[in-house]
Write a protein that binds this ligand. Structure first.
Ligand code: NAP
Length: 344
C-alpha cells in the first residue's frame, strides 16, 4: 500500500521538484498540496508557474491548493514534505508536528537544533534516531527531520568518503546556480553577465551543517566534527547545478588515485532514490560541469573531478543538482529512510 504524502510549499522551485519526483514514486502517493494564501483555493495548474523540465503531472494538475495549516490537511496523511520559506517553516512546521504529522523538510529553520536530525541517508542515517530524543523533549507524536542546504549536501558525501584519511581542515568556494535562490530569487538584471560574490548566510550554513552531518551520534546527542571549515559562496548565471572547488587538509597523505578510488567506492544507501554509484569520479579535468553532469543518477548523484595533490592536502571539484540532490530529492530520500526505519 502506498504511503499518503503531502507537499507544503508545493508551488515553489523546490515544491515543483518534489511533485516531479513524487508523482512517479512507487512508495508515495501525493494526497495534498499547500502554498501561500495567494495560491490557496486555486488549481495547482493555475497556481504554480511550472518551470521544471517535464510536463506538470496530470494527477496533480487539477488538485486544489490548500492553505498551509494543519486544520486544512487531511488527518490520514502519513508524511509531509516541506519546502516553505524558512521564516514560514519556523512557525508552521512545529504546528504540523505537534498535530502528529511526520515532516521531512528542506527549509533551513531548526537544522542546527540539537534534537532535530539533519540527515543524508548515505552519510549519517543513524542520526535519524534523534527523533526519539526530540519526542521525549518536546512531547511530540510526529517528527521533524531536515536535509541540509544544497551547497552543503554537494560537498559532504565526498568528505564522508575521505573521513578515513583524517580530515583537519576544509576550504571551499562555490559557484551556485540561480534556481538555488527560489523562483523569484535573483533578477536577470542582477545575474546576467555577472557573479554575485555573497549569498546571505550560506557560508555559515556550509560550515555548521557539515560539522553536524559528519559528527557522531551516541544515542543521546550529536558531537560535531572538529574539522575547521571555511566557505566562500558565489551565485553564477547557471540555471541548475552547484559546482564547488574544495581543498581538504588530511592527516594522511593519499595519492589522487587513492582519493578517486575511495570516492568511487563510497556506498549508496539501499533506498529507491539513492543512486549507484553515489559519487561519479571523472578522470577528465574538464569535468564535472553543471550542464553536462547535473542529471547524473537522475539528479541524485554527486560528481567529482580535478583531483590533485597540493601543499595543503588534496584539491578537487564537486557538483550536484541543487534542487534535486540538494533539496527535493534529499527530502524524498529522507522520507524513504523514515519509512524504512519504521517512523511512518
Ligand atoms: P520558492 O520558490 O520561493 O517557493 C516557496 C513556496 O512556499 C511556494 O510554494 C510559496 O507559495 C510558499 N509560501 C510562501 N509564503 C508562504 C506562506 N506565508 N505560507 C505558506 N506558504 C508560503 O522557494 P524555494 O526555492 O522552493 O525554497 C523553499 C525552501 O527550500 C526554502 O526554505 C529554501 O531555503 C530551501 N532550499 C531551497 C533550495 C533551492 O535550490 N532552491 C535548496 C535547498 C533548500 P506561493 O507560490 O503561493 O507563494
Amino acid at each position: 500500500m502506498s504511503t499518503r504524502v503531502g507537499v507544503l510549499g508545493a508551488t515553489g522551485a523546490v515544491g515543483q521538484r518534489l511533485i516531479q519526483l513524487l508523482a512517479p514514486h512507487p512508495e508515495f502517493e501525493i494526497a495534498t498540496l499547500t502554498a501561500s494564501p495567494t495560491s490557496a483555493g486555486r488549481s495547482y495548474r493555475d497556481a504554480a508557474k511550472w518551470r521544471v523540465d517535464t510536463p506538470i503531472p496530470e494527477e496533480v494538475a487539477d488538485t486544489t491548493v490548500a492553505e498551509t495549516d494543519p486544520d486544512e490537511v487531511p488527518n490520514d496523511i502519513d508524511l509531509l514534505f516541506s519546502s516553505l520559506p524558512s521564516s514560514v517553516g519556523a512557525d508552521v512546521e512545529p504546528e504540523f508536528v505537534e498535530a502528529g504529522y511526520v515532516v521531512s523538510s528542506n527549509s533551513s529553520n531548526s537544522r542546527m537544533d540539537e534534537d532535530v536530525p539533519l540527515t543524508i541517508p548515505e552519510v549519517n542515517p543513524d542520526h535519524l534516531d534523534l527523533i526519539e530524543v526530540q519526542r521525549d523533549e518536546r512531547g511530540w507524536d510526529g517528527a521533524l527531520v531536515k536535509n541540509p542546504n544544497c551547497s552543503t549536501i554537494t560537498m559532504v558525501p565526498t568528505l564522508a568518503a575521505l573521513e578515513g584519511f583524517g580530515i583537519n581542515r576544509i576550504n571551499v568556494s562555490t559557484l551556485q546556480a540561480v534556481s538555488g535562490a527560489g523562483y523569484s530569487g535573483v533578477t536577470s538584471m542582477e545575474i546576467l553577465d555577472n557573479v554575485l560574490p555573497n549569498i546571505g548566510g550560506e557560508a555559515q550554513k556550509m560550515e555548521t551543517e557539515s560539522r553536524k552531518l559528519l559528527g557522531a551520534f551516541d544515542g543521546a546527542e550529536v558531537t560535531h566534527h572538529s574539522a575547521d571549515i571555511s566557505a566562500s559562496c558565489n551565485r553564477v548565471p547557471t540555471l541548475d547545478g552547484h559546482l564547488e572547488n574544495v581543498w581538504v587538509d588530511l592527516e594522511d597523505d593519499p595519492s589522487p588515485e587513492a582519493v578517486a578510488g575511495i570516492m568511487r567506492e563510497y556506498p549508496s544507501a539501499d533506498l529507491y532514490s539513492s543512486p549507484d554509484p553515489l559519487i561519479e569520479v571523472f578522470e577528465d579535468p574538464e569535468r564535472p560541469q553543471p550542464r553536462m553532469d547535473r542529471m547524473l543518477g537522475g539528479g541524485m548523484a554527486v560528481a567529482a573531478g580535478g583531483i590533485e595533490k597540493t601543499t595543503d592536502g588534496v584539491q578537487y571539484n564537486c557538483l550536484a543538482h541543487n534542487t534535486i540532490r540538494g533539496a527535493a530529492g534529499a527530502s524524498v530520500l529522507n522520507g524513504e529512510l523514515l519509512l524504512e526505519e519504521g517512523y511512518i
